[in-house]
Design a protein around this ligand. Sequence first.
Ligand SMILES: [Mn+2]
Length: 410
Amino acid sequence: MRLIAALLLTLVSIHAEGIPREEYRARRAELRRSLDGVMVLIGNRESDDLRQDYLQETNFLYLTGWKEPNAVLMLTRDEEILFLPPRDAHLELFMGRRIAPDDSDAAQRIGVDKVLSRSAMESTFLRLSATSEHVYTLPGQIEAEKLAALTPLHERSAAQPLISKLRMMKSPAEIELLTKASEATVAAHLAAWKMVKADEYEYEVAGAMMGAYRAHGCEGNAYSPIVGSGPNSIILHYSANRRRMDSGEVLLMDVGAECGDYASDVTRTVPVTGKFTPRQKEIYEVVLGAQKAAIAAIKPGMKIRGEKSLQQIAMDYINSHGKDLHGETLGKYFIHGLSHHVGLDVHDPSDPNATLKAGMVITIEPGIYIPEENIGVRIEDTVLVTENGSKNLSGALPREVSEIEKLVAK
Ligand SMILES: [Mn+2]
């Protein structure tokens, strides 16, 4: 009995910890139904850069869950074949044992229909492409281009729109991981706020945040942490994090955890000394108002950008609240997009013209950056679109001025 209970517990936790293998198969099955030809997807190679961990190409990861280098996937309506490099005993001394194409149980262990050696790629591609006239590839994948060049008369089609269409709609297992990543990110921001003070370096704050979400069971960063104080708060993708913070400045933290390969993307802007100046507070309230207006407008059918979109709602709010030092409206300081999809990638691929549907996960991140005043404020949450509106996955992290001033160390 006890053994069965332990086994059940393991099964449950496997499910809670990641994407079940059947889901990868279902994703491929759905994609394959939309194909009229051969899709060739190239997994990432090993990086020579020792500062970089191996990262699988995320479309490849989405469809296979396979995280080892130099794999290739071919899909048609009728077949799915994963190509792996042959066993390399010398390499395995350095990298550990890997599944190889001549392992009899390779396909079963990976969960795909068929595994072949990379040496069979050309002949298999020619066989698969003989029965149709389309080859689907991702941009910039040279190995796929070389294969496609073997069938010069075939029509070339883009793989990304077909995969993005699936990736935009999150499954319950994906939503669970995105929620976990967001909760760990909330904990990281709260941990950082407790230690923020003048004369500290930005990287100390970044380090505390990275430690906090790892302590919450998330394996790493969804992107390079952006911790920018004072003049750095106005630089959108500042990630050097080398400056010493001063009192009287704002500190912008755009930091998100990755959990089971899924990202969270959360930004808060706090006063270094625990109290905003009146002007900082003024700008902050405009950004917060814009964010609330946009989040309140999220529902299925809404658009992210364009006419009558979430972007428009945020921009209208910013342009109708507050002024710069010259009496002009603030919209010109909101210089980036309000929203993007979040998933395996922090900027998850999406169809820019798609309307929102329940099950999509997006950010809402208005910002105002005024170089002349060294004030940059961005407030960003990761939000699930629901049938009736939305659920803010990082909503447990306070946004109100009074709450932030209470929580940031004096
Ligand atoms: Mn973002």
